[in-house]
Design a protein around this ligand. Structure first.
Ligand code: NAP
Length: 251
């Protein structure tokens, strides 16, 4: 039987984060549903509690050190020391390089890289004390390069290096760190990309599915399933890996 642990999932108000939160709750863990706006976490928290699980809504901007520190302290007090962390919060500010503003570069780096750094820095204290931990970072196939995403692809590639370094530094404390690099997943984020490109979302999904070997786009549950494996106790010898969940090979 799975030991019940406290798991933090960032950006869990919707999309992939919401699915990961619900899956880890179904696996028996207590979930801190972290997102920018605490009220926006209610849907995920209600879904978890309706299914018999335990969840806490926590409002925090992952790129703000004071908010991260306060959030992790509150989570430890109310749910118990967090030993699972899924760094999922993310934003897009796509543009071609020559049109990309410094602000859009900094914002994307702030949420993905600084955010994952801060969350991990504050959570790892509890993991090292417990002698056990699981960190999962959300990278992307865009880490391999993607037109219009100089900021996002740099951040997602950076997260892969961050993940491998965490694995090296924290392994001796019983902590693993891995990254999931999703391909096209059907969420508000990809809907926003379609809108920006001025294409109908259903057409975008159909066209994208035709390019993917398994002939469909991904769903948030595809990522949740992979996260469930990576945070499981049995995955303790899997560390520093990047798993592309993209319906076909990428690397
Ligand atoms: P989404 O639907 O846009 O959800 C992202 C969530 O993160 C939102 O609830 C958002 O809150 C929250 N968030 C943004 N900035 C935050 C901050 N500073 N602090 C706390 N929470 C914050 O995105 P998604 O598609 O589920 O993507 C989840 C993760 O997977 C992201 O890291 C993304 O880059 C990655 N990913 C997605 C895809 C895909 O195809 N969808 C592919 C590869 C990788 P607000 O609603 O308030 O903005």
């Amino acid at each position: 039987m799975t030991e019940s642990r406290t798991a933090i999932v960032t950006g869990a108000a919707r999309g992939i984060g919401a699915a990961v939160a619900q899956r880890l709750a179904a696996d028996g863990h207590r979930i801190a549903v972290v997102d920018l706006d605490e009220a926006a976490c209610a849907g995920t928290v209600d879904a978890i509690t309706a299914a018999g699980g335990t969840a806490l809504a926590v409002g925090a901007d992952v790129s703000d050190e004071a908010q991260v520190s306060a959030a992790v302290t509150r989570i430890a007090d109310e749910l118990g020391a967090p030993t699972i962390l899924v760094n999922n919060a993310g934003i897009l500010r796509d543009n071609l390089l020559f049109k990309m503003t410094v602000e859009d570069w900094d914002l994307v780096m702030g949420v993905h890289l600084r955010g994952s750094f801060l969350m991990t820095k504050y959570a790892q204290k509890h993991m090292t004390e417990a002698g056990y931990g699981r960190v999962v970072n959300l990278s992307s196939t865009s880490a391999l390069g993607n037109r219009g995403q100089a900021n996002y692809s740099a951040a997602k590639a950076g997260l892969q290096g961050f993940t491998k370094t965490l694995a090296i530094e924290l392994g001796k404390f019983g902590i693993t760190a891995n990254a999931i690099a999703p391909g096209f997943i059907q969420t508000d984020m990809t809907a926003a990309t379609a809108a920006r490109m001025k294409v109908d979302f259903d057409d975008f999904i159909k066209f994208s599915a035709e390019q993917i070997p398994v002939q469909r786009v991904g769903q948030p549950e595809d990522i949740a399933h992979t996260a469930s494996f990576l945070v499981s106790e049995g995955a303790g010898f899997v560390s520093g890996q990047v798993i592309y969940v993209a319906g076909g090979p990428k690397d």
